[in-house]
Structure formats: C-alpha cells, structure tokens
Ligand binder design. Structure first.
Ligand code: ACO
Length: 323
C-alpha cells in the first residue's frame, strides 16, 4: 500500500513581535481581555517588504534540509494561503522557481484557516495515486495585510508566519501502525460565508478588503464541526481518542482548542499549543506547531498525530498521521 510520509518539517516567522500591550496603544483593548478570551499574548507581524512567498520559502528550505531533499527532487508543491503575493501567478510557483524545481506541478489552495489540511489532503491523494512521489506542502500567510487595524474584534486575533512539510511516497503494510498519512477528511458549508469573510477581492470590489467576523457564531460552529470531523477521522481508522499521542490543532483561540480537547477527553499535555505566541496564522498555524513539536522531540516516530482545523467558508477538516 502506498502512503505519503512526512519526512521533514520547517517553519518561519517574521522578526517583529507585537504584544497585546502594543495593540492596546492603538485600539480600545487590553492584554487582560485578549489573554482571557483567546490565550494570545504576542504575534509576529511581517515587515512591509516581507511577502508570503518569503516566509514560505524560508520554511520550505528548513523542511527540505530536515528531509535531506533537494528542491530539484520535488515533483509537487501545494501551498495553502489566503494572502498570496499577487492575484496571480500562484505563490507556489514563486517558491518552485526559487527552489530550482522545474518539473512537476505547483499550485495554491484557498481554504483559509483549513488551508493546510486541504493542501495536505491534495498532496496525499496525488501521492497515493502515483501522480507525485516527493511533495512539499506549505501553509504561509501575511494575514496582517487583511486586517482592519481599527477593528478590535479582529485585529488582535491574527499573526503572520509559514510552515512546511515534505512528503515522500512509501510502501508499507497499510495498517494504522505503518507510518504515513492514514486519512484526510475535508468539509465545507458555504451557507455560513457571512460569519467570516473578507469584504473585497478582484472581481467584487477590485480591492484586497478586510477580515470581517461574527466571532461568537464562528466559535460555536468551530467547536461542533471540529468534534464531528475528529470523530469521523478516528472511526474511519478504527481508532479511539485514547490512541492519540498528539493533537496539533489549528491555533485560532485557546478556548476552541480547550473545548476540542475536552470533548476528546484528551489531557492538555497531549496538545501542541502555539496560539499564545503566534496568534492565529491561518493556514500556517498547523505546520508552525508541527515543526516546533517535531524539532523539540515531542513528536516521535510511531506517534499518532491528529491535525484539525476550521476556517472561513466555512471549511473544516482533519488528518490522522502515524509519524
Ligand atoms: N478588546 C476588548 N474588548 C473587545 C475586543 C477586544 N479586542 N473585541 C471585542 N470586544 C468586546 C465586544 O465589543 C463586546 O463588547 P459589548 O459586550 O460591549 O458589545 C465584548 O467584548 C464581548 O464580545 P464577544 O464577541 O461576544 O466576545 P467573545 O467572548 O465571543 O470573544 C472572540 C470574542 C475572541 C472573537 C471569540 O468569539 C472567538 O474567539 N471566536 C472565534 C473566532 C475565531 O477564532 N476566528 C478565527 C478565524 S476562524 C478559525 O480559525 C476557527
């Protein structure tokens, strides 16, 4: 049975860190409010000339180095972003050119905060089908560019960054103990567009627009949808919450993550948390958290890792990985 195995991870963050106290100087908010409602203390914000592709490339180079793979060995790049450098070409082809990859295919995926899980699913399926052998999957955002810095309800929640993984086709027994991505599960429901969206775009306003959100509504949907998709992923593999070694959730809000862990009866020691220092980096949050937990030795070969995310669309999804 052919599966896609994660053989390298890497991440990149802009240098500039913005604290809650710094935001409180320009909008009517406080460190106390932000920490209590979201768990966020600080976020990284890209420099004016720092683009999504710069962060993506830096994360990709680290993931390739860990995997001992050259850019020219890749035959697929799938990059998840909501904040591409330009309307076109895809940010993925910029990364492709910079890495010296001239064959195969590179494209972007847009599923907002679920983008990394969607991109991982695309690459996993192409590897399973034999359409790719060595793939780079990236989540990269300069989400700060979409923020209305006068809207305290949204501007305190997000940050910039990128994370990447390298996937390699492996042949194995096909049991849940064999390494690789066990399964991916994607969902969307466009009826909820009005709860989280950007009020602009090339074909509507001709502008980039700003993030608009009904936070409380999004919160409710997140907790329900995530619980359902996690259950779906576990039961598809005949596994239970007790089998999970690490939960690597999309990092939107500590309260959403706490609620998901509680529903799974999973102790917080098994949850990888970065939201306090990265805030919500949209498609970048899962690979940023993954790269940290792999590099500090928390995630080890043989571990069962559950990834899950929800975002604008609404979109949501999960992936189960035997490390
Ligand atoms: N500082 C101080 N007060 C604030 C701030 C702020 N930054 N933002 C909002 N408030 C005020 C509101 O104006 C409101 O005041 P009012 O009662 O006088 O009207 C009060 O705080 C309560 O506002 P709520 O929106 O009801 O607060 P809530 O407890 O729901 O927390 C939050 C808001 C943090 C946005 C929460 O709803 C949330 O996390 N939702 C999930 C949204 C999310 O994570 N989206 C990310 C993208 S989707 C995803 O990744 C899952």
């Amino acid at each position: 049975v052919r599966r896609a195995r994660i053989i390298g991870c890497g991440s990149a963050l802009p240098v500039r860190e913005v604290t809650n106290a710094e935001l409180a100087r320009t909008v009517d908010t406080s460190d106390e409010w932000i920490v209590q409602r979201t768990g966020i203390s600080v976020r990284h914000i890209a420099a004016p000339d720092e683009k999504t592709s710069d962060l993506a490339l830096a994360a990709a180079r680290k993931a390739l180095a860990m995997a001992k793979v050259e850019g020219s060995d890749l035959d697929l790049i799938v990059l998840a972003t909501t904040t591409p450098d330009q309307t076109f070409p895809a940010t993925a082809v910029r990364v492709q050119a910079a890495l010296g990859m001239t064959r195969g295919a590179a494209f972007d995926v847009q599923a907002v905060c679920s983008g990394f899980v969607y991109a991982l699913a695309m690459a996993d399926n192409m590897i399973r089908l034999g359409q790719a052998r060595t793939a780079l999957v990236i989540g990269a955002e300069t989400f700060s560019r979409l923020l209305d810095w006068t809207d305290r309800g949204t501007c305190v929640l997000f940050g910039d960054g990128a994370g990447a993984v390298v996937l390699r086709a492996v042949e194995g027994g096909g049991t849940t103990d064999d390494p690789g991505i066990l399964s991916t599960h994607l969902h969307s429901d466009g009826r909820h567009e009005d709860k989280l969206y950007v009020d602009g775009g090339p074909s509507s306003t001709g502008t980039v627009g700003h993030v608009r959100m009904e936070g409380r509504e999004v919160f409710k949907h997140a907790v329900t949808n995530l619980a359902e998709v996690v259950e779906e992923a576990l039961s598809a593999n005949g596994l239970t919450p007790e089998d999970i070694d690490w939960l690597v959730p999309h990092q939107a809000n500590k309260r959403i993550i706490d609620a998901t862990a509680r529903k799974l009866d999973l102790p917080m020691e098994k949850v990888v948390l970065t939201v306090h220092k990265h805030a919500n980096t949209s498609a970048a949050s899962i690979p940023l958290a993954l790269a940290e937990a792999v590099s500090d030795g928390r995630i080890k070969p043989g571990d069962l890792v559950l990834l899950e995310a929800m975002g604008g669309g609404l979109t949501w999804g999960a992936a189960l990985v035997r490390w």
